[in-house]
Structure formats: C-alpha cells, structure tokens
Design a protein around this ligand. Structure first.
Ligand code: ATP
Ligand code: ZN
Length: 861
C-alpha cells in the first residue's frame, strides 16, 4: 500500500511539474504578444463577466476600464493575501503582482483559500497565481518569489503600481512597505488578523497619515504575537482580506469613502465593526513629514529588532547541558515531575504521558509558583514508590522539568522562575522574608534607649502619684455589647490547637467578607459595618489571636507572621470558602497585605484601612509619632504593665473618638483589663516590625482599596500613595475629618465608600476607573487614580511637583492631578472594549500596554 501511495505521489508530482511548465509557457507567450491597441476597451466577454458590478453607478464602464488598466502589488499570499487577491482578480484588476517567499504548508489551508491540498510544498506565489488565472484568464498575474526586503524597491521602481496591499505578518515588512509606498507615493492598504479580531486601514492616501505617523517606533519584539502562536480563525482573516480588496477597488475607481485616517476594528466574537478616527498626518513624520529624514529604505530588521518573517526563531537562554535528552525524558516521565508549559489548548491537542500542564502564561502570574507547588505535591502523592516520594515529607526541593513545543517557552519558564524566585530551589514560600540582622540590632539598641527613658517616666509617675498609677477598676462582667448577639452569632473554631472567636452575620450563600481589626481593638471594631455589609455579604468579624475571646498564647514565637498567616488561611478554608474579601484595619490591614502576597488565591479583594503596605510601614516607622512606643514595646513585661496604668488609659488614648464613659470604651477596657490581655497584641508589634515582603515578590494582582482618614497622625498619605506601588489595581479613598479609626469615627461616610468598592464591582475591577462618576473622582482626593503601578508613581511625582513635596502634611488641589489621567482612562476603556490588539500585522498583533497607551494618544481627541 505504501508503495502504491509513493508511486501515485511521484506520478502526480510529474504531472504537476508538466502543468506548471505549460502554464508558464502560456503566460510567457501571452506577455510577449504585442499589446492590444484597444486594451482600455472591454471585450464583450468582459462586459458580460463584469456586468453585475458595472451596473453599479459607482463602477460603470469607466470604473471597469480603470480596474482593467490598474496594477496592484500584493505582499503576502497568506491568510489576507489569498482572499484579497481572489476578489481583485475576480473584479478584473488587470495586473496583479504577488510577492511571497514561502511554500504552502498543511497548517495554512484552513484560511489561505487559494492553496489546496495538492499544493503543499509548492511556492505560495505559484499556487496563488494558478488559481487566480483559473478564475480570470483575462488578467495578468505575475508571481514574484522573493523575500520583500529592500530588494522590493526594484520591483516598485520598475512597475507603476497604483496600490500596494500589505498582507504580510511582521513589523519589519510593514515599515518597509510603508516607507517605500510613501517614497513612491502609492497608497498602502494594510490589514491584520489575529484570533477573532481584525484591523484595517489605508495609509498615505490623499494626504492621510502613514504607518509611521501613528507608530514612529516599532513594538518591543517580545510583545508581538503571531498566528503561529496565537491562532486565527480563517473566516476572520477572510473578512479583513476581502475588505482590503474592497478598499483597493474603491481607490482604483476613485470612489469616495476610502478608509484613510480611520482604523476599522473588527471583532468576530461579537460581530462588531467599529471605526476609530486616527490622527492626521504628522508634519514631523520621518518619512511623510514636511522634512523627511528617511528617503531610502533602511535596515528594517535592525530597526524592529525582529526578523521580517513570522517563523519562530529558536531562543538560546539556557546552557546546552541543561537540556534533557530523550533517555532522560523517558526516565522522568516515569519518575519525575514533568510540566508541559504549552497553552492549555495545545496540551489538549496532544501530550506526552504523565505530564502536567501549567502554561507559561500562568507561571508568570502571581499564582504561578503556588500552582507549580500544588502540581509537585499532587504528582508526588500519586507516585509514592518514586525516587522523590520522601522529598515532600522532608520539605526538600523537588526538581521540576519543563517542556514545550519548540523549547522556547520552556526556557523562558525556567529563566523566569530562576530570576523571580532565586530561592525557590530551597523552598517555595519565600514571599514574606524577615529583615536583616542589622535592622534587628538597630531596633534593639533603640529599644534600650527608649525603653529606659519611658521606664524612667513610668517610675517617676509611680513615685509621685502611686494612686492614679495603680487604679485599675474591677471588671468582672463583660458589657452586653461584647457578648450579646445583636450584631451576629458568636462562634468559635479551633485551628492547629488555637481557638478563634468570631462574630458572623449574613447569609452563608453570599460571598464572604473577613474583617480583621487593629490595635487595641477586637471584633467589635466593626460594629458599624457588620449590619450594613451583612445585607450583601456573609460577614465574619474575627478576634485575632491574642485578642478578645480568642486564645492568647503568651510566647512571642506564636505570633510569627508565617504562623499567623497560615492560621488565617486555615480559618478561611474552615469557613467553607475558597476565597474571600479581606478588610483589615491597622495591624489587621498589615495581615491583609501579607495574606494577599502569600496566599493570593485566597483573597478576592483587599481593603486596607489606615494601613500602608508592610514595606512602606517599615520604612516610615522612624518618622512615625509612635516610634518611641514601638521601640519600648520590644522590651518584655514592662509594656504590658505600662498598658494597664491609670485604668488602661492607653485605650482612651487610642479611642479618642469615644466619649469618656462610652459603653464601647468600657467594652474595650474590659477586653484589655489584664496583663495577659496585652501580651498577644504587643507581640504583634514585637514581630511585625521585622517582616518585609520580598521585593522579588510580584505585585498584588487582586484589587486593593486603601482607605485612610485625612487626620490620621500615625499614617501619612504619602505612605498610602507609596503603597500603591505594590498593587496592580488600586483605589485610594480619603475619609474627611477622620483620624486612625475612620470606620468608627465617620462610619457613614466609610460605609458608603466600602459598599461602593465592594458592591459596585465595576469601580475597582475595571482598574480603579469609575466611568460615570467623574465628578466624584475629581472632587475626591485620589479617588480612582489609576490601574497600574507606573501610573501610581506618576501620580506621586505629579503630586510632589504640584505640592513641592509636602504630600502628607497638607492638602493640594486635586483636579489638576486627576484630569489628565481621566482622559487617558476613558480612552483606555474605549480601546479595551473592542480593540485588544493593536494594528501591527497580519497575525502580528501587539498586545503590549505601550502600544495600547499609544493608541489612546493617536486617537483624535
Ligand atoms: N517580507 C516578506 N516578503 C515576502 N513575503 C512575506 C514577507 N513577510 C511576510 N510574507 C508572507 O506573508 C504571508 C503572511 O501570511 P499569514 O500570516 O497568513 O501566515 P503564514 O506565515 O503563511 O503562516 P503561519 O503564521 O501559520 O505559519 C506569508 O505567506 C509570508 O510568507
Ligand atoms: Zn507619516
């Protein structure tokens, strides 16, 4: 059977060869024939053939003659070039030249409709020309098997092309065609298609902009996705190619309405067509400007930093010896952990046995490392006889091998993991690190100085006024508000031997909001929020370990951040959910930040109240009004005693917003009336000072809302703004007239902000941009500033400039800061809805933010 197949294939190849030769001869004879003196007049066969389009007043006899006398150049006989040339040939464009360097492959056939099964391996230009001639033998089709580089100049100089169609798929070719067309004054019809989307425009037509007017610099090469990687639906490329033919016919017949100075965006998933107005020709443009600097073609591959084809270039990031050979792979597939980093779709198409899929794109997210860890765990669990089976028990590193289609993404994955998690070879969870020994020494030496000083003050008071010093009222029964069920059900849960107390309210079917109080406080901190939040959420207000009715171990070690975070993780899981919104005040906020870094999959959204990011908190400590006290509490025993003096005066000091004999003040005093009530809370300060989030840890991807009072003397606004460096999406909200407890002091205003952030999802999840509430944005301090870290920094810079660096000490006019950003924000909403890719090539759409931002700029305001 195989012999017969082989024989038939050979026979067909010979026949095809003969056919090619005969066709070429025919073409040669035709082209050598003296030109018809009536070439601008149509034969009667042509009149019948084109009658249906000639009946249109826009075409008529004149238009058809114009088409017949036209010469067009189509660069690329692929997904766009095929449909475009097909319609141009059928419409009777007299001279069609096709340029392509490539051969037909099986994976081209679903969209490159001029190439058939028998054409595999044949040059695309020949396959396409043959079909075009079959469709219309009246026209002249000329194949050019060349790679369009600077050599194409010769072609363009030799022929008088009326229009050039850019049906290529890479940036260097786009710039090349643009420059040549401008230099030779030819309109350029440019299209692109990727996945379900397409784009189209006409450059350099009747004083319209050229490609360089819009994109003076090329996109970073790594941001360009091509069809070979991203995929494309044949019909989508077809839509764009056919539209390219339409624009060409319009130009050739001098119709109105040519798509110049406009960009057509086609979204196949919703079948939407949108036109975006582009900016006009730029007088400073390097090629079409008033004083052009580019007058002959340049080296476009060098200019773009990429090749003028979309064939995948093998990258070489790792050493050869780091590659695994087939024998080793065979062994690994039986014994090791082999992760396939190709996209899920490719993995579904075919895979090796015993491999697990974790796409490179996911490895790069902040959940990547965690997912990898899970994979390692699950693989090892199911492989208990394997040589690695004991590793996990001892928590030792397991070697993970990665593989992909071409060896590029696997190298990138390895490099990414090594660069971003240099210590992951030892342990996976290294996001939260402790600070250096020097820091510890520094804090402890200051502890000694401040400790002695405050103890002197204490003893002086004790000596002079022993009575007031030791007054501590007897508090035997807890105030009702602390124990009754008016705010919710009191519940207990025991995790890893520690009992936690919490108050729960709201339906269990609703999404969970976990409330973490600050210092010195307890679950009651959220008394004004629980009733409001529980209408929309299941609310759990926790007593942190060491506080209120939760267990109060005395050892400082039990308050280590990793332990606390793990307990919080357990708590969330024990509540029967996989993730929740975390709202944290003060130290509760610090825990919330750490939780979002350490267990990002657990946190849907973080609201940090009166609490900067832990790293900012640490660096701003020395300017904090609490600095001495923070040092003092590093001492053992004395801070606990000090806290009790003058009938727990410290409570009134912190809760200044409560009147002297307020029930809640009494409740707090009850909760903190024994020495052991202070050990736990103070231990947080004994440990939290020494934690820092590793700088190589990724920014927080979940939306973060930062709420702060404008009169908070512990937290400066500057710290809050700096904290935004650690978030991808954030929202900063200021509560007017509030100090350190905005949720209690101005609870109505606070609740409004909180509900708006949590219930009206749009506002934060869209990147912190409120579409309609522009008045609110402008009038509020930083409301809805930005969605990106870069943005946040630029806001800070602007703020610094506008206020001469006095942020945090005084207020400043906000409108000036917000308005320019707002315009860009609106533009980004506009572009993100249907223009996710930016015009850059057939299958070479660029998804980088740089370009997207650029698109905002080029759109006419
Ligand atoms: N500088 C150039 N000179 C000549 N032909 C080019 C040039 N740049 C691109 N092309 C051609 O343009 C066509 C673009 O086609 P398309 O993007 O549909 O896919 P492809 O490259 O054929 O296939 P795939 O991306 O699936 O491998 C290709 O046939 C390619 O050979
Ligand atoms: Zn230009």
């Amino acid at each position: 059977m195989t012999d017969e197949i082989k024989a038939l294939e050979e026979e067909i190849a010979i026949i095809q060869q003969t056919l090619q030769e005969k066709k070429a001869r025919l073409q040669q004879l035709k082209s050598e024939a003296p030109p018809c003196p009536y070439s601008d007049i149509l034969s009667s066969e042509e009149v019948v053939r084109y009658s249906r389009q000639m009946l249109m007043p826009q075409i008529s006899m004149l238009g058809q003659v114009a088409l017949k006398n036209s010469q067009v150049l189509i660069v690329g006989a692929g997904g766009l070039g095929c449909p475009a040339s097909l319609y141009l040939a059928a419409a009777g464009v007299g001279d069609i030249h096709i340029v392509d360097y490539d051969e037909v492959e099986l994976s081209n056939l679903h969209r490159q409709i001029l190439h058939h099964e028998g054409d595999i391996g044949v040059l695309k230009v020949h396959s396409a020309s043959d079909k075009l001639r079959d469709i219309n033998s009246n026209i002249n089709v000329v194949p050019h098997h060349i790679h369009a580089s600077s050599s194409i100049v010769e072609l363009i100089t030799k022929h008088a092309y009326d229009v050039v169609l850019d049906c290529s798929d890479n940036a260097p070719t786009r710039y090349l065609l643009n420059d040549i067309c401008v230099i030779h004054n030819i309109p350029l019809v440019s299209g692109s298609a990727l996945q379900m989307e397409g784009q189209l425009t006409v450059y350099h037509y009747k004083n319209g902009p050229c490609y360089r007017c819009l994109f003076p610099t090329p996109p970073p090469p790594h941001t360009v996705t091509n069809c070979g990687d991203g995929g494309v639906l044949g019909a989508v490329a077809g839509v764009v190619g056919v539209l390219q033919a339409l624009e060409t016919v319009k130009i050739l017949t001098e119709m109105d309405g040519v798509l110049s100075g406009r960009l057509l965006l086609f979204d196949g998933s919703g079948t939407n067509f949108r036109n975006v107005k582009l900016r006009q020709r730029v007088a400073e443009c390097a090629v079409c400007g008033d004083n052009p600097t580019i007058t002959t073609p340049i080296d476009y591959e060098q200019f773009c930093g990429s090749k003028a084809h979309d064939k995948v270039v093998d990258i070489d990031m790792l050493k050869d010896e780091e590659n695994v050979n087939v024998q080793k792979l065979d062994h690994l597939l039986k014994e090791g952990v082999v992760v396939d980093v190709r996209p899920e779709l490719e993995f579904a198409m075919c895979r090796l046995p015993n491999t697990v899929n974790l796409p490179y794109a996911r490895i790069k997210t902040n959940k990547g490392l965690r997912e990898l860890k899970e994979i390692v765990k699950s693989v090892k669990k199911g492989n208990s006889d394997g040589i690695f089976s004991t590793y996990l028990k001892e928590d030792i590193f397991v070697t993970v091998y990665v593989l992909c289609r071409r060896g590029n993404d696997s190298q990138r994955s390895v490099k990414y993991l090594r660069d971003n998690f240099p210590d992951s070879s030892v342990k996976f969870d290294l996001r939260i690190v402790t600070v250096s020994l020097w820091e510890i020494i520094k804090i402890h030496s200051l502890t000694f100085v401040f400790g002695v000083w405050i103890m002197c003050k204490m003893s002086a008071k004790w000596v002079w006024d022993p009575k007031s010093f030791f007054t501590l009222q007897q508090r035997d029964t807890p105030p009702a508000c602390l124990v009754d069920s008016s705010l919710g059900q009191h519940k207990y849960v025991k995790l890893k031997g520690v009992k936690f107390h919490y108050v729960e309210c709201g339906s269990r079917d609703l999404p969970l909001v976990l409330l973490l109080h600050g210092f010195p406080d307890c679950w009651l901190s959220w008394r004004h929020q629980i009733p409001v939040l529980s209408q929309h959420f299941r609310v759990v207000a926790l007593d942190l370990k060491g506080f209120g009715d939760s267990d109060k171990p005395s050892s400082r070690k039990t308050y280590r951040i990793d332990m606390i975070l793990e307990e919080l993780q357990q708590l969330i899981i024990s509540l029967g959910v996989s993730s929740c919104t975390v709202v944290g005040h003060d130290i509760g906020g610090l825990l919330g930040w750490c939780l979002a870094h350490q267990f990002p999959e657990l946190v849907d959204k973080l609201v940090a109240v009166s609490c900067p990011h832990p790293n900012v908190y640490r660096t701003s400590l020395h300017t904090s009004s609490n600095y001495r006290w923070l040092n003092f509490v590093q001492l053992p025993y004395f801070p606990e005693v000090d806290a009790l003096r003058e009938d727990v005066k410290i409570i009134s000091k912190y809760h200044k917003h409560l009147p002297p004999h307020d029930t809640y003040l009494e409740a707090y005093k009850y909760a903190f009336c024994r020495k052991e009530d202070w050990t736990g809370p103070l231990n947080y300060f004994r440990n939290l000072l020494f934690i820092e989030v590793a700088e190589n840890s990724r920014t927080i991807q979940v939306p973060v809302v930062l709420i702060t009072g404008d009169r908070d003397k512990f937290i400066k606004l500057e710290s809050i703004v700096k904290s935004t460096d650690y978030c991808e999406k954030f929202h900063v909200k200021i509560v007017d007239g509030a100090r350190h407890f905005p949720h209690q002091e101005r609870h109505q205003q606070f609740n409004e902000i909180l509900l708006k952030s949590l219930v009206k999802k749009k506002s934060v999840e869209d990147g912190g941009l409120e579409r309609s509430a522009s008045k609110g944005i402008v009038n509020r301090m930083f409301g809805a500033v930005s969605s990106t870290v870069k943005y946040g920094n630029s806001v800070l810079d602007t703020v610094h400039k506008k206020t001469n660096g006095v942020v945090g000490k005084t207020w400043f006019p906000v409108e000036a800061v917000i308005v320019p950003h707002l315009r860009r924000a609106v533009a980004s909403i506009l572009t993100s809805s249907s223009c996710q890719t930016v015009f850059n090539g057939n299958g070479a759409s660029d998804e980088s933010n740089v370009f997207r931002t650029h698109l905002e700029d080029i759109m006419e305001k």
